[in-house]
Structure formats: structure tokens, C-alpha cells
Design a protein around this ligand. Structure first.
Ligand SMILES: [Zn+2]
Length: 142
């Protein structure tokens, strides 16, 4: 961390328009370019594949800013998609639970959020429902 500000203030600077930039840079005591450099060169964003071409001070200030903005936008979209996906899973779980058909392991969601994205429930194969009785060896077909 080489700039004197964190998270939200950095994002504010990154998304500021040319008109408000001077005032914001004065208020935060750092520059947009410094924030871009810090995030690309020395943060958890440094490993981001779309930013790799800019590592080591490569690209113009404008190119670096645009690349970082794009990476942040993609990450925001990814988070929103995950949240939507989880809501769908929860809704499926409550429907299955109402019917008494929910998988006892995942509770009907079929998956759960893990560090590397969603983890599918193995016992129900991600379906969220109890294993169909037809697959239990001792069941008698109708
Ligand atoms: Zn399950």
C-alpha cells in the first residue's frame, strides 16, 4: 500500500470525472494515477489476468485506468451474478422443503458458496432434491 487511502476512497477516485478529479485528489491527498499504479502493481488486483499486460508500469496512464475500471466492473458483475444465483438456489430449496423433497445434505440448494465459487452438492448431484427412490437398490418398481 503506497497511497494514503483505502477501498471506497480509491474507488471514488477511480470513477471520478475529469471535472471533479482535482478536488478529489486534493481532498484525498493522492492522485488517481497513484491509486491506479498501487492497485495494478501492489494489491490483490496484481494477479488479475486482464491487468497483467500493465504490470511493471506498462501502458499509458489512460490505458491503465481504463483496464482497471474494466476489471473492477467485471468483478462487480461477477458478484451480482453469484448473489442472483444464490437467491435462485434458496428459492428452489424452500420449494423443495415445502414438498418435503429437499436433500438432507444441502437442504435443497444443490450447492453452496465456496471460496472458489459455488460447490455442487455431491449426494443430490446439485439437484437439491432427495435422491429419487428408483435409484435405491431395494425399491420395488411400480
Ligand atoms: Zn444436496
Amino acid at each position: 500500500m503506497t497511497v494514503p487511502i483505502y477501498g471506497d476512497d480509491m474507488i471514488t477516485l477511480l470513477h471520478s470525472t475529469a471535472e471533479e478529479l482535482a478536488e478529489l485528489e486534493f481532498r484525498f491527498g493522492t492522485t488517481q494515477t497513484a491509486v491506479v499504479d498501487d492497485l495494478i502493481e501492489d494489491s490483490c488486483w496484481s494477479g488479475e489476468p486482464s491487468l497483467e499486460p500493465y504490470l511493471g508500469g506498462k501502458g499509458s496512464a489512460e490505458q491503465r485506468l481504463q483496464a482497471l475500471r474494466a476489471a473492477l466492473a467485471a468483478d462487480d458483475k461477477n458478484s451480482a451474478d453469484k448473489s442472483t444465483e444464490w437467491q435462485v438456489s434458496m428459492s428452489q430449496a424452500s420449494k423443495l422443503a415445502e414438498l418435503g423433497e429437499e436433500c438432507p445434505i444441502c437442504g435443497g440448494t444443490g450447492q453452496w458458496p465456496g471460496l472458489q465459487g459455488f460447490v455442487a452438492c455431491k449426494p443430490c448431484g446439485g439437484a437439491g432434491s432427495k435422491v429419487p427412490t428408483s435409484t435405491i437398490p431395494n425399491s420395488i418398481p411400480n
